[in-house]
Design a protein around this ligand. Structure first.
Ligand SMILES: [Zn+2]
Length: 121
């Protein structure tokens, strides 16, 4: 593990215990191991506005240049309207919020399904 106080990636995901391993497995599969900050908030993209200060802190202290946002299927925070369209809308909004905090970040968005991880952009 590098000890230079910098990381490459900020990961934002829901708190839901059912999807933690899927997110981590996916990050390992694409080669992101031990070099990301992790922020969890109920609903992930739905509540990015609420964790703006935490996002700013990660960007400031660890300097990641890319952000991964993981929404997931069957998110209780979404209530009855858990449609993919709604997740996609919120993922887009979350990207805009983060771009306003710091321009030039690469932002990747996903919906974690029960059997796979679907990239949205
Ligand atoms: Zn959730």
């Amino acid at each position: 593990m590098p000890n230079d106080n910098k990381c490459t990636t900020l990961v934002i995901s829901c708190i839901d215990y059912r999807f933690i391993s899927s997110c981590r497995d996916y990050l390992l599969k694409i080669g992101i191991k031990d070099r990301y900050d992790l922020l969890t908030t109920p609903g992930a993209s739905l509540n990015v506005q609420k964790i703006k200060d935490d996002i700013k802190t990660s960007l400031k202290v660890h300097g990641p240049n890319e952000v991964y946002i993981f929404d997931h299927d069957d998110c209780a925070v979404y209530g009855k309207n858990n449609s993919e369209e709604r997740h996609i809308q919120n993922l887009k909004k979350a990207k805009e919020v983060i771009n306003k905090i710091q321009n030039g970040l690469k932002i990747y968005t996903y919906i974690v399904k029960f059997n796979k991880v679907k990239q949205i952009n």
